[in-house]
Design a protein around this ligand. Structure first.
Ligand code: DHB
Length: 392
């Protein structure tokens, strides 16, 4: 079997890439280890930058995000027992959309399959070969049990942090930039009405909390916890007490409670692999980098990567110019490092460092006062949160 671009992974990076390539008349095959149902069920973050929504709309897959997602024109930073609104639209003219990642994936998969795209779900034993030659190969066992060798001109590694793509770049040829955080996020889904019209990012002496939403009847909330916290150790009552203690303030703000239908603990880390290319293998999305969740940059960054990659591949297939392939990694990495900074900054400004001192807590409050109280600082946050422009 042969295709021009073999794409490993049917997450946001892989699926948006296949769509961008199809738009340019470049054929691709997507190879994915998980089943379609699992992908469409897995809960991830839910914030789309304005540019991501615009891109999805341009590609014909944004209708449901626009109709069923919610446009948010700001967020609340809560600290020192008070709320402080950051007015994204007033400061930058831009906004974000609350629309869950697995819904984006449903829309992308439906659109690709309707267009006759070749997506191999449930592929086992996925391996990459000859990636430094001009005919790299993806081998796998299909869902029907048949062994497949997919010969390609290039391979896009979009299979996340645990996939085969990143591991295919030899140790000696890549630098891993890594940072672990001494805390995690305890995430819940609750059947309850919204507690706030906009997302609340709360700093407190007990640690960070985030009040987000999924639908008018289902809310998503998180609170900072120990990295090895066990969800089963937390009763619903204990969770509500902890969340309420972290958002409590002089305005009497309390959460609308309800049945908790999901509890999980999320690790926090920052990671970048450079270069993002090895021969004809190109890493994109979580395969190349991971951000801590504060600020919800993960999906948006994956989409920005493949916009740059699609442009480089278009030039390469049109002209044979390998210079455009070499330019992909450095061009994508510039945005990656800006997003790394933003995600690290939001995380460090809002979380309690378990080894921190009273000085650190007061310094964070000083920083939050500065961000909320200065138009220049608030604009910096608003620009980063709503997303820097992506050139199409
Ligand atoms: C959500 C996740 C985030 O990391 C964030 O910063 C905002 C919202 C969410 O899952 O809704």
């Amino acid at each position: 079997m042969r295709t021009r671009v073999g794409i490993v992974g049917a997450g946001p990076a892989g699926l948006v890439l296949s769509l961008l390539l199809a738009e340019r008349g470049i054929d691709s095959v997507v190879v994915e280890a998980r089943g379609r149902e699992e992908i469409e069920r897995t809960m991830r973050a839910g914030v789309l930058e304005q540019g991501t929504v615009e891109l999805l709309t341009d590609l014909g897959v944004g209708a449901r995000a626009l109709a069923e997602g919610a446009r948010h024109e700001g967020v609340e930073l809560r600290f020192d027992r008070r709320g402080h609104r950051i007015d994204f639209t007033g400061l930058t003219g831009r906004a974000v959309w609350l629309y869950p990642q697995h819904e984006v994936l449903k829309d992308l998969i439906a659109a690709r399959l309707a267009a006759g795209a070749d997506i191999r779900f449930g592929a086992r034993d996925v391996a990459l070969h000859d990636v430094t030659s001009d005919e790299p190969v993806i081998s796998f066992t299909g869902a029907d049990g048949a062994a497949v060798r997919l010969r390609c001109d290039v391979v896009a590694g979009c299979d996340g942090s645990a996939g085969v793509s990143r591991r295919t770049v030899p140790d000696g040829e890549r630098t891993d930039y890594f940072r672990a955080y001494p805390f995690g996020w305890f995430g819940i889904l609750a059947e309850a009405p919204r507690s706030s019209p906009e997302l609340v990012y709360a700093h407190s002496e007990r640690g960070f909390a985030l009040i987000s939403t999924r639908t008018p009847d289902v809310q998503r909330m998180y609170f900072q916890c120990a990295p090895d916290e066990r969800p089963q150790d937390w009763s619903d009552d204990r969770i509500w007490a902890e969340l309420n203690a972290r958002v409590a303030g002089e305005d009497g703000f309390t959460l609308n409670e309800g049945r908790i239908v999901d509890k999980s603990v999320i690790a926090m880390r920052s990671y970048v692999c450079e270069p993002m290319r090895h021969g004809r293998l190109f890493l994109a999305g979580d395969a190349a980098h991971v951000v801590p969740p504060t600020g919800a940059k993960g999906l948006n960054l994956a989409v920005a990567d493949v916009v740059v990659l699609a442009r480089a591949l278009e030039r390469f297939f049109a002209t044979g110019d390998t210079g455009s392939l070499e330019a992909y990694g450095p061009a994508a990495a510039r945005r990656v490092w800006r997003a790394q900074h933003f995600s690290w900054w939001m995380t460090s400004m809002l979380h309690r460092d378990p080894d921190g001192s009273p000085f650190d807590l007061k310094r964070q409050l000083g920083e939050l006062e500065l961000v909320a109280g200065s138009t220049a600082s608030a604009t910096h946050l608003a620009e980063a949160y709503t997303g820097w422009p992506v050139e199409r």
